[in-house]
Design a protein around this ligand. Sequence first.
Ligand code: PLP
Length: 429
Amino acid sequence: MSEEEYGFDTLQIHAGARPDPTTGARQTPIYQTTAYVFRDADHAAALFNLQEVGNIYSRLTNPTVAVLQERVATLEGGVGAVACSSGHAAQIMALFPLMSPGMNVVASTRLYGGTVTQLGTTIKRFGWEVKFVDTDDEKAVSTAIDENTRALFCETIANPGGYITDLSVMAKIANKAKIPLIVDNTTATPYLCRPIEHGATLVVHSTTKYLTGNGTVTGGVVVDSGNFDWGASGKFPSLSEPEKAYHGMRFQEAFGPLAFTFHGIAVGLRDLGMTMNPQAAHYTLMGIETLSLRMKKHVENAIRVANWLEADPRTENVTYAGLKSSKYFSRIKTICPRGAGALFTVAIKGGYNACLKFVDSLEIFSHVANLGDARSLVIHPASTTHRQLTTEQQKAAGSDPGLVRISIGIEDADDLIKDLDQALANAAK
Ligand SMILES: *Cc1c(COP(=O)(O)O)cnc(C)c1O
């Protein structure tokens, strides 16, 4: 059987991994090494010329990290992947080969708070621009794209509200403009959605979240679909023309569908250095082995808790797309048929102060700036993750001051509901 014939549950355990050829170790060893001995001078030269694939130095490649790259690429249905030190590093690594000073990225207004700041403020230092648009407004997205746009960026299940983006519509717009669609699939994971099947060119992840699944290590990954013709428009010279940063190498000509991945390693990791370390790759590989089991339980719990919260008179509104009342409920069937994830916001009667009391009263839920942990987590975006946004940006991102974001874990749903019940009682006092 070839890998394409295996199901998700098999691939999440086996893809990319083989017994260690020297020791027979069944689990992927942590290759805790910085450098690799060359067979001889010719071998060294071939590696540096990218004529032979192999390990030189762990800023570029490492065998433990390589297994993770192959595993995530396989689960996402991509041809290759580059692992990075964090999700935010992955986002920079995804944009880096596409952008140059004066170029812009069109991005959804509904994004992880840190991404709004990264794209909205920090990347300006590189001379890159962003235009934020409501991705539910197809026309606004098309209109925002101009001749200097080099990518369209959105999240599958958008943080914090759990809104579902119609990826096929985004892909259609990106295709027409001959630019890649980059999808942050962190909150869906490839178990719930495979953006490449909807037309995404690149998929980015914060592996910190569900892929690792236990809140131990930060990491990120960029997955390449291998489907984009980088030379077709003349807009992506780093990939289609001689790359100055790699002695004039033409990546598309040399590596075909793997051009983006090879560029990511040979130029991106080499020069930006946002490398994942082998320990982090090990923890993340451990997490991925149980991804489908956890996601099923996350979704099952989220449906129960969201329905309970929605019916409770102490709440005003629950944004979970898995609720029939959600504007996004109809998108589940096409975008993420296995469920709408486990991340949503709840508006609590009493506004800002009631939210803070609610958060302080919870016992099982941890008040942390994280999501996608086996543990249930809660945060008040307006006073934390989305604090640095303007009030308008907060509203557009779905993080009004009167709501809290909840990341439902895999505990007993009954216990979570009891905990929420007593915290709501305290918040109403
Ligand atoms: C956490 C997160 C990021 C950033 O990832 P880090 O690993 O924290 O750098 C990006 N996008 C989404 C949707 C996230 O949840």
